[in-house]
Structures are given as structure tokens and as C-alpha cells.
Design a protein around this ligand. Structure first.
Ligand SMILES: [Zn+2]
Length: 262
């Protein structure tokens, strides 16, 4: 009898688990949102327009502005303060009551302020700031919003709310604009790089732990290698991810998005 009760209890637990999983799957289906091509074009256009405005008004941000080469890595802090014209608060950490996750970015529209925690690495602060700028510009209905530290790899997660995905597309274009990235890629590496490209062998010399067969079969391996490469044969250059001040994975994804790594 006791054994039977135990069995029944177990059955009930299993039922609960499977219902939970079903619920989670249903929920997931609700949240899986893909940005369509025309919205994607609008988002990248909005980032380009903001960059252009920053470039035109660069004398507002600097006494002695940099040339286009010195414009990247993008100074997202100056962009917030001088061009968007709102307060940028930079405490070491963002203290929040009842925070269920660590907060790196906070937008407060009612007091025109963006707060970025300084304890995170520069590439994370840059992408998180660009993300908050995205919310500020694209989502006027967002009054108060908090974000985890964002490294750029979150773009891969299509289960995130659509608004989050949208601002990540915007942020990626803002800190790694396609025109400048294509230009730098072509100077450093030449043409887009495909799976059987002979240049892979030269690049792989600096990463002997990754085999050539892995490189030709896995696009992500190739794009990561290209993102962090410092030389191609006798030619040395600043790695792409450092040139734009972003994480390796953020650069790798952007290289794939732009068809620079095929
Ligand atoms: Zn967000």
C-alpha cells in the first residue's frame, strides 16, 4: 500500500514536470519573435542616422574631434551626453532593491537619464550603452527599463522579447557600422572569407587548438577566428573586435550578418 502511494506520488510529480515543460514550450512559442527584413532595415537606418548626426556635430562632443579613423571604438558616453543630450550616470554598480539579476544598464525616461554600471569591461559597457540608446530612440513608451550586462551575443537568442532584439540590432549597427566595418575588413583581410578559403590556414597558425577541418565545417569558429585575428601572413593589424571595442562574439556575429564570413 505504501509502495503504491509512493508510486502514485511519483506519477503526479512526473505529470507536473511534463506539464511545466509543456507550459514552458508554449510560452517559448509566444516569445519567439523574428524581426522581419523591413524592420531590420529601419533599425539599421536609425543607427546610421544617429551616427551621422554624431559625426556632423562632433565639435559639440570634443574640443579637438578625432578624424574618422579615431571615431571608433565609438564613444557611446559622449553620444549620450552631447548629442542625445540626456544625463549619463556612471556609478560603479547599480543598486536595486529586489533585483532578480545583476543590472548593468538602467533607463529612466521621466528624469531623462541613462545609468551604466562601470564595473563591467569596456566592450560590455559600450554595447549596453548602445542598447539603452536604442530603447531611448526606438521605444518612447519604455519609461523605466533595466538590463543585464550585454556583450552582444544575446542577439542569437530569438526567445528574447522583440523589443530587446530590436535594440540589439540597432546597437550592433551603432558600434560596428557596416560601412566602416567592411572598409576595415577589406584593408586587413581582403575579400569575404568562405569555408575553403586558403587564408584560413594562415589565420589558424595563431590558433593551433582549432583544426582546419573545424574551421571549414563551422562558420562560428571561422568568424571568431577572424574577429580576433592579428595578422594575415606578413601583414599585422589591430583585431577587428578591438578596432571597434566590442566582444569577440559580438564581432563574429556581425561578420556573419554582413556576409564577411560565409
Ligand atoms: Zn533592454
Amino acid at each position: 500500500m505504501r509502495e503504491l502511494r509512493r508510486h502514485q506520488r511519483l506519477q503526479l510529480i512526473l505529470q507536473d514536470i511534463s506539464q511545466d515543460q509543456l507550459g514552458a514550450r508554449r510560452q517559448l512559442r509566444v516569445y519567439v519573435n523574428v524581426i522581419n527584413a523591413s524592420r531590420r532595415a529601419e533599425l539599421t537606418q536609425a543607427a546610421r542616422e544617429l551616427l551621422l548626426e554624431f559625426w556632423r556635430k562632433r565639435h559639440q562632443a570634443w574640443v579637438a574631434p578625432p578624424d574618422i579613423e579615431g571615431f571608433f571604438p565609438l564613444r557611446t558616453d559622449l553620444l549620450v551626453r552631447s548629442i542625445i543630450g540626456i544625463e549619463l550616470n556612471e556609478p560603479e554598480v547599480i543598486e536595486q532593491e529586489k533585483a532578480e539579476f545583476e543590472i548593468a544598464g538602467l533607463l529612466e525616461r521621466n528624469i531623462s537619464r541613462i545609468t551604466i554600471a562601470q564595473k563591467f569591461p569596456p566592450e560590455c559597457k559600450r554595447f549596453t550603452t548602445a542598447h539603452e540608446i536604442g530603447h531611448w530612440i526606438l521605444h518612447p513608451d519604455v519609461i523605466r527599463h533595466r538590463d543585464r550586462p550585454l556583450g552582444g551575443h544575446e542577439r542569437l537568442n530569438e526567445a528574447r522579447p522583440l523589443e530587446e532584439q530590436e535594440v540589439d540590432v540597432f546597437a550592433a549597427e551603432l558600434v560596428m557600422p557596416r560601412k566602416q566595418l567592411r572598409r576595415y575588413f577589406s584593408l586587413a583581410l581582403g575579400n569575404p572569407l568562405s569555408c575553403n578559403d586558403p587564408r584560413l590556414e594562415l589565420l589558424q597558425m595563431h590558433r593551433p587548438t582549432v583544426s582546419l577541418s573545424e574551421l571549414s565545417s563551422q562558420r562560428r569558429r571561422r568568424s571568431m577566428l577572424v574577429a580576433e585575428a592579428r595578422s594575415l601572413g606578413p601583414q599585422f593589424f589591430l583585431p577587428l573586435h578591438e578596432r571597434f571595442g566590442v566582444s569577440r562574439i559580438a564581432m563574429a556575429i556581425q561578420l556573419e550578418e554582413l556576409g564577411l564570413v560565409l
